[in-house]
Structures are given as C-alpha cells and as structure tokens.
Design a protein around this ligand. Structure first.
Ligand code: PLP
Length: 380
C-alpha cells in the first residue's frame, strides 16, 4: 500500500479528526440538530475571515463563490478592474465577461504582484468603476497580493474591493474588517483542510448596497436569498451537510492554534522549502518581493519535464505536487504548505523531489535540499 501525501495547493491534506467526522452517518438538514451546527459554523467562520459580518456558506467549489460575487454585485455594462497575474486572476475577467461586465484588465507578468498604485491610477481616471477584483494568493504562480495597500486605495473610492481568498484563507493574513476589504470569497479544500464542496462569501455593508441594484440573472447563487435563509439559521437548498459538520471540526482546530500561530507555521514551512530549492540550485518562480507562504513555485532545470516528474512522484511514490499551468506547463512544480502538514511532510516532499530529479538526470549533490531544509527547521 502506498502513502498518499497531498502537497498540492488544493485539495490539501485533511487532519485525522476531520476525516473521522466525515465518516459519520448523515443527518437531515432541516433539524434543530443541524441548526446548532450551522450556528456554530457561522460564528467560527467570522473568526477565520476576520470579520464581524455574516459569512454565507454555498454548496459549490470555490469558483461558485466567485461567480456569486460577480452576479450579485454588478450588472451588464458596469465597469470593473480585474488583475491578471495568473490563472485565477484570469477567472475574474472570464466571469465578468460572462455577465457582460466591462473589465479594465491589469496585466501583470506571472510571478509578480499588482501594485496599489496601478489600481489607484485607473480608479482616479474612471470614477464609474464599481468593483476591483483581486487574488490573495495567486496559486498558479506562488505570489501573494498586498491586499492591505490595495484596500487603502479602494476604500477611498465608491468601488468595492473583492478578494479571491480561496487559497490563502486561514494560512496567510487577511484582515477583512480592519483593512477594509469589502468582499472575501473562499472555499473548503485549501486552508480549511476539508474536501471540496463548500464556498464562502462575506460582504461589507458597502458591498451589500450594490446587491439590490444588480440586474444580473441569478438563481442558485442569489446571495440575498442565502442571507435571508441564513438569518433563519437555514439554507435555501440542500447543503453539503457532511462537509459543514466537518467544517466545525476544522474551525475548532484553527481556533485552538490561533490564526497568528498558523500563519507563522506556514511561513516557516515555506521558508524551509525555499532554502531547500536554493540548495538544489533551483530558483523560485515568484518574485522575492511578493513571494507566498501558502504555495512555493519552483523553476525546474532546463531539460527536466515537470509533467513527467510530478507523474512519477505521484504514481510511483504517492506524493502529489502540482505542476505548472498554461505557459508554465512542465516548467515548474508547486508545493503547498497549506493543509495538515508539518516540517516532516516538507522533508518527505523535498526528498522525493530530489530522488526523481536525480533519476531524470539533473546533476546536484543528493541530499542537499533535505539538509538545507533540515538545518533551517532545526534552527527556527
Ligand atoms: C483553487 C483556487 C480557485 C478555484 O477554486 P475551485 O474550488 O476549484 O473552484 C480559485 N482561486 C484560487 C486562488 C485558487 O487557489
């Protein structure tokens, strides 16, 4: 029997206590028993989202939450800014296009982050822009966006700031209320260490003001309906009951450690991994100024096929890393720090990466990456 270690940035490794909850028999959702669970989830989510506002739970993958944000806030021909610095930033543009929203696209070279200044310039020039869509952690490139500085800029305008925090929430700091972020979207299978199936959306008072003005069609993702039913401690449709029950276990684990400790934990795993890459003579894809602690994207040496490498790691050794997407296909590997992972999991991943790189003909001193990470983990 092979291990199955998920070092991929979603789905992430699930803690044993959450697996145990997921294995319980199903209960009915229109019951006082499930209402208690929903109540507990509503409170716990506020802590992780760092907000006093309600966090709505939708049954869909994270992208459903992104779609809900676009179709509930805006109408066709409204104007918005999107930032394309990777695969997930592009998704905001695609969603806006589907709903007829006119996008002012900021193209950022992959591996770099957008600056608050670039956003300010566009907002200053066009006062009709209603929303700015950004990505907390661009999972495809390993970049973190400076949400705080961007919020500083956007909150002085009439536009709302919408953040895709599907990867990153619970793993890297996002002070929703304190920084003045209007809308945060997340999902269950990344930092929350659950199976895929839940999306989350929270809106500020400023964002809720836009909702009644939106003429876009919506049915399943109608946030007004979701809010109304949430106020009655209910859901409009059959929710992913089992995952919501498991969510409370995840929220309990996160609360127990505390967000700050978790952010430091993931930062440490990321730093150890970066040290290993350096020792292997491999560079990092993301710019040092905006590098993420949630996922590390490592450039592969010329002549090493990343598709093949990740396939061998997964099929022969039972360790899943993510490869590159689009133009980066075959050229990078991405190693997640999110999930139920510790330094020994990082060392396992690095060790396997070394083994397969060596087998594929890359010349380096075998064990150098593990030694560098080990050294870091033993001093920090
Ligand atoms: C994973 C991810 C998504 C997509 O989420 P799905 O659950 O696959 O719909 C969107 N944005 C970012 C930044 C992600 O990491």
């Amino acid at each position: 029997m092979k291990r199955n270690l998920l070092l991929s940035p979603g789905p992430t490794q699930i803690p044993a206590s959450i697996c145990e909850v997921l294995g319980r028999p199903i209960i009915h959702h229109r019951t006082p028993q499930f209402q208690d669970i929903l109540k507990e989830a509503a409170e716990g989510l506020k802590y992780v989202f760092q907000t006093k506002n309600d966090v709505l739970i939708l049954t869909s993958s994270g992208t459903g939450g992104m779609e809900a944000a676009v179709c509930n806030l805006l109408s066709a021909n409204d104007k918005a800014i999107t930032v394309e610095g990777g695969k997930f930033g592009e998704r905001w543009t695609e969603l806006c296009c589907v709903y007829g929203v006119k996008t002012n696209v900021i193209k950022v070279p992959w591996g770099k982050a957008v600056s608050a200044q670039e956003i300010k310039k566009i907002l200053d020039a066009d006062k009709d822009i209603k929303a700015v869509f950004i990505t907390l952690t661009e999972t495809s490139t390993g970049v973190t966006t400076d949400v705080k500085s961007i919020a500083e800029v956007v909150k002085k305008t009439k536009a709302v700031l919408v953040v895709d925090a599907i990867s990153g929430l619970g793993a890297t700091d996002l002070q929703t209320d304190h920084w003045g972020v209007d809308v945060v979207v997340s999902g269950s299978q990344k930092g929350l260490m659950l199976p895929p199936g839940l999306a989350f959306v929270t809106l500020s008072a400023k964002a809720w003001e836009l909702v009644p003005l939106s003429k876009n069609p919506k049915y399943y993702f109608d946030l007004t309906l979701a809010k109304k039913t949430a106020e009655k401690i209910d859901t409009p449709f059959t929710p992913a009951i089992g995952i919501i029950i498991a969510l409370n276990e995840s929220l309990k684990l996160i609360k127990k450690d505390g967000l700050e400790k978790l952010f430091a934990h993931y930062a440490r795993l990321a730093q150890g991994t970066r040290e290993a890459a350096k020792a292997l003579g491999l560079s990092l894809f993301a710019d040092a100024s905006c590098i993420s602690n949630v996922v590390t994207a490592i450039n592969l040496p010329a002549g090493i096929d990343g598709e093949k490498l990740t396939k061998i790691m997964r099929d022969t050794h039972g360790i899943t890393l993510a490869g590159g997407q689009d133009d980066l296909k075959g050229k990078i590997v991405r190693l997640s720090h999110m999930g139920c992972l510790d330094e020994y999991d990082m060392l396992t991943g690095i060790s396997c990466l070394e083994k397969v790189l060596n087998k594929m003909g890359y010349k380096f001193s075998l064990g150098a990456g593990v030694a560098a990470a080990q050294k870091f983990f033993n001093t920090k």
